[in-house]
Structure formats: structure tokens, C-alpha cells
Design a protein around this ligand. Structure first.
Ligand SMILES: CC(C)(COP(=O)(O)OP(=O)(O)OC[C@H]1O[C@@H](n2cnc3c(N)ncnc32)[C@H](O)[C@@H]1OP(=O)(O)O)[C@@H](O)C(=O)NCCC(=O)NCCS
Length: 188
């Protein structure tokens, strides 16, 4: 095939360019009052309860941004900064920080305030999740690029790119180590 024919064929098979979506188009807050059903054995709220809310809020954002189903590929840097208590009204704020071809990094900030007091909410946690947009067969599909709007969005976009680079490098290093050990005859 000539260069020209190859370029024409590549252009035909390339996915159509999807218009970008601003960060604010999918930004979402999920709020929930903590009850005794949410506690651990110490009487404070179970970390898993917060993680479920984080995953739910991030999933809604990923679905809204990508315009269809999206699955959690990974969750990292989940930080619990303060204990959450029964009677706290928890707000889970999520937004798309960065987009790749089919993946999206969603940043989540968890805030808590007493449900019946007017004191300001404080930050109790944060997390970064990667979602992959999938088609009806569960295969990755292309997502619209996110268009950061504010300076904060732009900073988060740049920081997400750093995390992405580190995730890929870590995954590659681990795969290489496993292959090397297998080649040397070690069995797990
Ligand atoms: C996530 C999933 C769709 C990826 O499928 P895959 O065949 O490995 O596809 P790819 O390797 O092309 O990955 C797709 C995208 O996800 C990213 N990705 C995949 N695994 C990832 C991980 N562990 N961490 C971060 N990103 C990841 C890839 O970098 C890629 O991003 P890009 O398209 O923007 O470059 C697949 O592993 C899956 O279905 N996992 C289960 C998800 C699920 O059920 N979650 C709910 C838990 S119960």
C-alpha cells in the first residue's frame, strides 16, 4: 500500500473526533447522613461506607462525562483525614480531572458537617479513581476530552497527568520484574 493509501485508510478507520466537555458539565455532589448502620466496631463511620459513596459519586461523574456506562478501573490515594461520626452530613464532591483515550481520572473530595448545625463543613477525605468507559460488550470506548475551565481545574489536570505517568511506570516496572523472575525460573 502506498503512503497516501495507508493514510486514507487510517483516516477512515480512525474514530471520529469527539467534542470536548467542560469539567463543570459532569461535576457532581452526593450527600448522605450517617446513621448507626454505617459504623464500625469503634462507633465511628466505617471507611468502606465512605469508599462506597466515593465510588458512587465518581461513577456518576464518569457516566455523565462519557455519556454512557463506565467501570472503576482503579482507586488510589484514598485518604481519610478525620473520623466521620453518626449524625454527620457527608458531601462527596467529584469531578473529572483528566481524560485519556477511554479512561478518566475522577478526583473526589469528602466533606462533613453536623446535620443539624450551621458550622462549616470540613474536609474528611479525598481520593483519585480511574474509570474506563465501556461499550455494551464491556470493551473500552473513546471518551470526550475534558476541558478544564478554572485555574484549579487546570492544576488538577496537570497533577492527574503526573499520577497517570506514575501509574503506567509502576505497572510496567512490576510486569518487567515478574517476567524477569519467571525467566529466571522462580515460581510464586
Ligand atoms: C477497566 C477495563 C475495562 C480495562 O480493560 P482492558 O481490556 O484492560 O483495556 P485497556 O488496557 O485498553 O484499558 C482501557 C483504559 O483503562 C486504563 N486502565 C486499565 N486498567 C487500569 C488500572 N488498573 N489503573 C488505571 N488505569 C487503567 C488504561 O490505561 C486505558 O486508558 P486509555 O484508554 O485512556 O489509555 C477492564 O479491566 C475491566 O472491565 N475491569 C473490571 C472493571 C469493573 O468491573 N469494575 C467494578 C469493580 S467490581
Amino acid at each position: 500500500m502506498t503512503d497516501q493509501a495507508e493514510q486514507a485508510s487510517a483516516a477512515q478507520s480512525a474514530p471520529p473526533e469527539i467534542p470536548g466537555k467542560p469539567t463543570s458539565a459532569s461535576r457532581t455532589t452526593l450527600s448522605h447522613i450517617m446513621t448507626h448502620a454505617d459504623t464500625n466496631l469503634l462507633g465511628t463511620v466505617h471507611g468502606g461506607v465512605i469508599m462506597k459513596l466515593v465510588d458512587d459519586a465518581a461513577g456518576a461523574v464518569a457516566g455523565r462525562h462519557s455519556g454512557g456506562p463506565a467501570v472503576t478501573a482503579s482507586m488510589d490515594e484514598m485518604a481519610f483525614l478525620e473520623p466521620v461520626r453518626v449524625g454527620d452530613l457527608v458531601h462527596v464532591k467529584a469531578q473529572v480531572n483528566w481524560t485519556g483515550r477511554s479512561s478518566m481520572e475522577v478526583g473526589v473530595r469528602v466533606m462533613a458537617e453536623r446535620w443539624n448545625e450551621s458550622t462549616p463543613a470540613t474536609q474528611v477525605g479525598s481520593a483519585y479513581l480511574v474509570f474506563a468507559a465501556v461499550d455494551a460488550d464491556g470493551k473500552p470506548r473513546t471518551v470526550p476530552p475534558v476541558l478544564p475551565e478554572t485555574e484549579k481545574d487546570k492544576r488538577r489536570h496537570q497533577e492527574a497527568q503526573i499520577r497517570r505517568t506514575h501509574r503506567l511506570a509502576r505497572r510496567r516496572a512490576i510486569m518487567e520484574l515478574r517476567e524477569r523472575r519467571a525467566a529466571e525460573g522462580y515460581e510464586d
